[in-house]
Design a protein around this ligand. Structure first.
Ligand code: NAP
Length: 370
C-alpha cells in the first residue's frame, strides 16, 4: 500500500491504542493495553490453561514472545523439547507496534509486523509449543527446576530462556499516547517511509535521535530535531552529522508540551525549557527517540545487568546461572533488529538443548532438528 492510500494514517493504518505500554514488565511483550484482544491479532490463539494447580512443567520455559522468544520456541520445539512460552497478555513484542517491515529477509514485498509475528507463532505452534498469554510477575532462579509465576499460574522449567525484550521510552503526555500510530512513532526505520515529503520532528539528544533524524531526511522534506537541553548526549560525530545535514533544523532547550491534532498529527506545541515560553508549529509527524528500557525488572535480583539495566550474558547466550539463557533485545542495545533477535533466539535454544543434554535432562542430540 502506498503512502497516498493512507491519507489519515501516516503509519499505514495502524491504529493501536497502547495504553500502558511502558509499564508492562515484559516488554518483549512490550505492548501493555487495556484491551489486548482489540489490539493483538495474536489474542484469540489458544491459551493453554493449567488446570490442577500444579506448576506447568517443561524442559524449556521461554519468557517473551517477540522474534527472540518465538524463534527459540521454534528451535526448541523442533528438538522435541516441548517448550512453553509465557507470551504476555499482549504477545508479539515490539514488532506489533510497527507497520510494514521491509528489512526482514525472505519478504521481498515487505510484511506487516503483526503478520510476521503471527507467522512466527504459528510456526512455533506447529511443532508443539504451548503458549500462555500471561504476564510474568515473579521468578525464582535459585535452582532447578526454575520457577516462574504469571498471574497466579506457576510454571517450572528445567531450563529458561529470557527473551523479554525492551520497550521504547515515551514522553508520556496524553496527546502523544493518543496519536501513537497516527503520526507519532518510536521507530524511524519502521515508519519513516510513510512520511515522504512531509515535515516531521524527532525528540531526543542521544545517538538514537541523531541517527533517526538523519535517516528520516531520506523521506521527509524537513526534520526538526528537538532536544530538551543545550548539551547533547550523542557522540560528536553524530551531532556534527545532524548539524551538517541541510534538511535538519536543530532546536535545543525545546520540550514538546503537546502534540496537536485530533485523528493525526497536525502540529506541536513547543516549550522553551529555559523561559517556559510556548509556541505552536505545524508538523505532520513526531518520532520519539529518547531511548529504550529493557524489560528486566523481574530478573534483577537474580542476574547481573549493565548500567542501563540490560541483562549481561556470561558465555554466548548462557547467563551466570546454569540453565538460564538470554536472547534478544533484553541484552542488546546495539542492534535491536528483529532478525538479530531471531538469531539470538536460535542460539539460545541450541545452547539450552546442549546444556539439557549435558545434564542428562534431554535425550541425546537432536542436531538434525536444527
Ligand atoms: P540515550 O543515550 O539514553 O539518550 C536519550 C536522549 O533522550 C537524551 O538526550 C535524553 O535527554 C533524552 N530524553 C530522555 N528522556 C526524555 C524525555 N522524557 N523528554 C525529552 N528528552 C528525553 O539513548 P539513545 O540515544 O537511544 O542511545 C542508547 C545507547 O545506544 C547509547 O549508548 C548510544 O550511544 C547507543 N546508540 C548508538 C548508535 C550509533 O552509534 N550509531 C545509534 C543509536 C544508539 P538528556 O540528555 O537531557 O537526558
Amino acid at each position: 500500500m502506498t503512502d497516498q492510500n493512507r491519507p489519515d494514517s501516516p503509519l499505514g493504518g495502524l491504529k493501536i491504542n497502547l495504553g500502558t505500554a511502558t509499564e508492562t514488565p515484559l516488554g518483549g511483550l512490550s505492548i501493555g493495553t487495556a484491551d489486548p484482544a482489540a489490539t493483538s491479532p495474536l489474542a484469540g490463539s489458544p491459551v493453554t490453561e493449567a488446570t490442577d494447580g500444579a506448576p506447568t512443567e517443561t524442559k524449556v520455559l521461554i519468557i517473551g514472545s517477540g522474534p527472540a522468544g518465538l524463534t527459540a520456541a521454534i528451535y526448541a520445539a523442533r528438538a522435541n523439547l516441548e517448550p512453553v512460552v509465557i507470551a504476555g497478555s499482549a504477545p508479539g513484542g515490539q514488532l506489533m507496534l510497527t507497520s510494514e517491515i521491509e528489512n526482514y529477509p525472505g519478504f521481498p514485498e515487505g510484511i506487516e509486523g503483526q503478520d510476521l509475528m503471527n507467522r512466527f507463532r504459528e510456526q512455533a505452534e506447529r511443532f508443539g509449543t504451548r503458549f500462555f498469554d500471561l504476564d510474568v510477575d515473579r521468578v525464582d532462579l535459585s535452582g532447578r527446576p526454575f520457577h516462574v509465576w504469571a498471574q497466579d499460574t506457576e510454571f517450572a522449567g528445567q531450563s529458561v530462556i529470557l527473551a523479554t525484550g525492551a520497550s521504547a521510552l515515551w514522553l508520556n503526555i496524553e496527546s502523544e499516547q493518543r496519536l501513537r500510530g497516527r503520526g507519532v512513532s518510536a521507530c524511524a526505520t519502521c515508519d519513516g517511509f510513510f512520511f515522504r515529503d512531509r515535515e516531521i520532528a524527532v525528540v531526543g539528544g542521544g545517538d538514537s535521535a541523531m541517527e533517526e533524524a538523519n535517516y528520516l531526511t531520506r523521506f521527509a522534506s524537513k526534520v526538526h530535531l528537538l532536544h530538551r537541553r543545550e548539551g547533547f548526549r550523542a557522540s560528536k560525530i553524530m551531532i556534527d552529522r545532524a548539524y551538517g545535514n541541510p534538511k535538519i533544523e536543530v532546536h535545543t532547550n525545546t520540550e514538546v508540551a503537546e502534540v496537536l491534532g485530533d485523528d493525526k498529527v497536525e502540529g506541536l506545541r513547543l516549550r522553551d525549557a529555559r523561559t517556559g515560553e510556548e509556541r505552536s508549529i505545524p508538523m505532520e509527524g513526531l518520532f520519539i527517540a529518547i531511548g529504550h528500557r529493557p524489560n528486566t525488572e523481574v530478573f534483577r535480583d537474580w542476574l547481573p545487568t549493565d548500567e542501563k539495566g540490560y541483562l549481561v550474558p556470561h558465555h554466548h547466550t548462557a547467563s551466570r546461572i546454569h540453565g538460564v539463557f538470554i536472547a534478544g533485545d533484553v541484552a542488546d542495545h546495539r542492534y535491536r533488529q528483529a532478525v538479530t533477535a531471531a538469531g539470538d533466539g536460535a542460539r539460545a535454544a541450541i545452547d539450552a538443548e546442549r546444556w539439557l543434554e549435558a545434564e542428562g535432562i534431554a535425550e541425546h542430540a537432536t542436531q538434525t532438528a536444527w
